[in-house]
Design a protein around this ligand. Structure first.
Ligand SMILES: [Zn+2]
Length: 352
């Protein structure tokens, strides 16, 4: 008599039986998941849910990269962590893997405490099948997009703010890329962030779960089931929008997917220049001079911390840090001499 979908003879499959009994996945799909390798960039809110879901689902190898440390205000939405992690001040990548090993010790993990940038992405992504976006900024997303197009490797974009979130699965050559959709990342200071506009945790679970489902489809070889639409969901307005964006690729695509232009991966774009100022401060400068409205930024940061402004600069005091921002997008982050921390604070409060 045939065994359960030919899976019961494989001891690796036993714990996932409720998953692979789902016929479109099957034992064959489960085996593919176990043989899959994933790079997860960012292990905050979306990243926690992605890592948790994919570890339980039996994705064989998870490389988790995050530059940040845990803070108490993360626990509202970053579901892998607890108060003990906050008290220990553990880096998120390390705390996540410690937790994941208790959940599933049969798969392989590689925690990396680092900032994903153009100097290390080629190495971090070289041996994986899929890249997942658990980041909070467009700089890293455009970098992932460049890598994905250059090496024909799929990635799944996800982003949340307030009660709204969006996701897009990017299959190089088959679907439009992020740059087709968004020609330019929003300039620093203009777009709200979770730290300035707030975030409700349920939308994170929704979007990250959709990203995880896409990951399972891609890795198990179920490409027909992939969601090729740009999906935007609001849990406050109770709306789900699905936009057919295939026309963007049919119309020729963008400089990245059409012409092989990878400015973020080559380091021409995106990566802030960081200089250690000494005296416990780091200066960050965007690669191109930007015109940033200090007045708009002041409005955005109202309520986040103590904000003061004159015509030359804006200063934000938040926790133990002081951010001094200039109209060309440059900022001096005081209260740290750690470049990844400074970048995190910039992404949080100034944006992108
Ligand atoms: Zn494109």
């Amino acid at each position: 008599m045939a065994t359960e979908n030919n899976g019961s003879d494989d001891p690796r499959l036993a714990r996932y039986v409720r998953q692979w009994r789902y016929a479109p996945l099957g034992a064959g799909g489960q085996r593919k998941l176990l043989d899959s390798r994933v790079l997860l960039c960012g292990c905050g809110a979306l990243g926690s849910v992605l890592a948790n879901t994919l570890a339980r689902a039996g994705v064989g190898f998870l490389r988790i990269v995050d530059r940040d440390f845990l803070e108490l205000n993360n626990l509202q939405r970053q579901v892998l962590f607890d108060e003990a992690d906050v008290a220990a001040g553990t880096p998120k990548a390390a705390a996540a893997v410690e937790k994941l090993r208790q959940i599933n010790s049969e798969i392989e993990y590689e925690p990396i405490v680092a900032d994903v940038d153009h100097t290390n992405l080629e190495r971090l992504a070289a041996d994986v099948d899929l890249l997942l976006d658990g980041t909070d900024n467009f700089e890293t997303r455009f970098l992932l997009n460049d890598y994905s197009q250059k090496h024909r490797r799929p990635w799944v974009y996800g982003g949340c703010l307030g009660a709204e979130g969006q996701t897009l699965t990017i299959l190089p050559g088959e679907t439009p890329c992020l740059r087709c959709l968004i020609a330019e990342p929003p300039p620093p200071g203009e777009s709200p962030t979770c730290d300035t506009a707030g975030i409700l945790s349920p939308i994170i679970n929704v979007i990250a779960s959709m990203q995880a489902a896409e990951a399972i489809k891609i890795l198990s070889g179920n490409r027909d089931a992939i969601n090729r639409k740009w999906t935007i969901i609001s849990l406050w307005d109770n709306t789900i929008r699905q936009m057919d964006v295939s026309g963007l690729l049919a119309a020729g695509g963008c400089a990245t997917c059409r012409d092989g232009d990878y400015p973020w991966l080559s380091g021409q774009r995106g990566s802030h220049t960081a200089v250690l100022c000494g005296r416990n401060a780091v200066q960050l400068a965007p690669p191109q001079r930007q015109k940033l409205s200090l007045e708009q930024l002041e409005t955005k940061l109202a309520g986040v911390g103590r904000v003061s402004r004159n015509s030359f600069l804006l200063r934000l005091e938040v926790g133990a840090h002081q951010l001094t921002v200039f109209p060309d997008g440059r900022a001096i982050i005081g209260g740290t001499d750690d470049i990844p921390t400074a970048k995190t604070l910039y992404a949080r409060y100034i944006g992108s």
